[in-house]
Design a protein around this ligand. Structure first.
Ligand code: SF4
Length: 429
């Protein structure tokens, strides 16, 4: 798959030219700047790369075990879900910042971007056409449908984070490894799965030891993040906007050897997850809902339960058993995160029951009580304007134990602190 081209395009470019990476199946031509529900074109945008000490103990490590180097987290911009209670709202919910451009001006702006824009820096404002095909079906809540129709031609808006190339992403992975990260923690990666797969290959992740990385890079330069300008020439961007035509010595002869964790929302397409087969070692996935109405109201994804069931089956197929190192850090496996929502104990019980009855103790649970009532959720849904009570959380934990769940992380005390949320200032990108 690496380096092969079809009609002059890499596989990643082909996927990006009519994107159906996630269940939204927008069909957006992200290669030429169109965006779908996730809000991002084919270029990679990320808000922060850092050592993250607030993930589960087997991921971030613990001081007691001497493993608290932290998860090597990369926070990606955009998201295929629209959860009103999202902790990373600033990075994941990309909204229009201008509704005043004329169609002609905006088209010119898109064209200009592809022909001249190689120096855009952090949070650059770029115009993208907004793709509308098939995104008004089930799964998008009403006000989003309305917004799609309002912006049915071309809009301009600001994408948070920095724009980076595939090569720069591979470098970031290697930098985090050198800083002592326990793993690479890909936060909200779904909308960039092909580019991330390319970066992981570029960083030599999970290559057999007898394959030389530099030789491989020489054979596969097509995967180094080059996307095509509208005039047919290739462009390649680094975090600082400088052009970089080939992988440098800073990538050659180094390999990414720490586990790679796909930390995603659970609303995935099986076909997209298969692009990560053999590259991702651990799936740390949300399973938010078995309640369709809640999925529709709070995440604009009424089909979430079905898509999450299919996705989890594929994740378990790829990583069937959890494997931990002697120091307690996870090396392989699937951990399912479930955030208990206020007034939604029934949803939590249904979710845990489905997963446990399907997979037993082969998958681990992380049952979270850290729901925080942010303004957006509170404004639209008053029932979400409070924290989860101790009684609600205990009811969920007791139910899991009554089923026979043995492998679970639980949260104790006041975990609903905003200090868990990093600043998305582009540091480390
Ligand atoms: S990743 Fe999903 S939401 Fe984004 S353009 Fe592709 S299909 Fe649409």
């Amino acid at each position: 798959m690496i380096g092969r081209k079809y009609k002059g395009l890499t596989e990643t470019e082909i996927i990006m030219s009519a994107c159906r990476l996630c269940p939204r199946s927008c069909g957006a031509d992200r290669l030429h700047g169109e965006t779908g529900v996730c809000g991002v074109p084919a270029d990679i945008y990320a808000g922060r790369a850092m050592l993250h000490h607030w993930e589960e103990p087997c991921i971030s490590g613990t001081a007691e075990d001497g493993t608290d180097g932290g998860a090597g987290a990369v926070f990606f911009s955009g998201c295929v879900l629209k959860c009103v209670y999202c902790q990373n709202y600033e990075l994941s919910h990309i909204r229009s910042s201008s509704r005043t451009r004329t169609r002609q001006n905006t088209i010119m702006s898109v064209h200009d971007r592809h022909s001249t824009d190689s120096t855009a820096g952090p949070s650059d404002t770029i115009s993208h056409s907004y793709h509308t095909r098939e995104i008004t079906g089930e799964g998008i809540c009403e006000d989003q449908v309305s917004e799609n129709h309002l912006h049915h031609e071309q809009i301009g808006y600001q994408i948070p984070g920095k724009r980076i190339s595939v090569e720069r992403l591979a470098e970031i992975f290697l930098e985090l490894q050198e800083e002592g990260a326990n793993n690479i923690d890909l936060v909200t990666p779904t909308q960039y799965i092909p580019q991330i797969a390319d970066a992981l290959r570029l960083a030599g992740h999970n290559l057999p030891d007898d394959i030389d990385v530099s030789e491989k890079l020489g054979n596969d330069r097509e995967i180094s993040g080059e996307l095509r300008n509208s005039d047919g020439t290739n462009k390649e961007l680094t975090g600082d906007g400088k052009s970089s035509r080939r992988p440098g010595n800073h990538i050659r002869n180094r390999k990414l050897t720490i586990p790679v964790i796909c930390n995603c929302g659970g609303y995935e397409r099986v076909e997209a997850l298969r692009l990560l087969d053999g590259l991702v070692d651990v799936y740390l996935t949300d399973f938010k809902y078995m309640d369709h109405e809640a999925a529709r109201k709070y995440s604009a994804a009424a089909d979430y339960p079905e898509r999450a069931e299919e996705a989890l089956a594929e994740m378990v197929r790829q990583c069937p058993e959890a494997v931990f190192a002697d120091n307690g850090l996870i090396q392989k496996g699937v951990i399912v995160r479930h955030l208990v929502l206020p007034g939604m104990v029934h949803n939590s019980k249904d979710t845990i029951r489905y997963i446990y009855r399907t997979y037993g103790n082969h998958v681990w649970f992380s049952l979270m009580n850290q729901y925080t009532p942010y303004a957006e959720a509170a404004k639209r849904f008053p029932e979400l304007n409070r924290r989860v009570t101790k009684r609600e959380y205990n009811a969920v934990i007791d139910y899991a134990l009554s089923l026979g769940v043995e492998n679970a992380y639980m949260q104790e005390g006041a975990t609903q602190k905003e200090s868990f949320i990093p600043s998305f200032d582009g540091e480390g990108i």
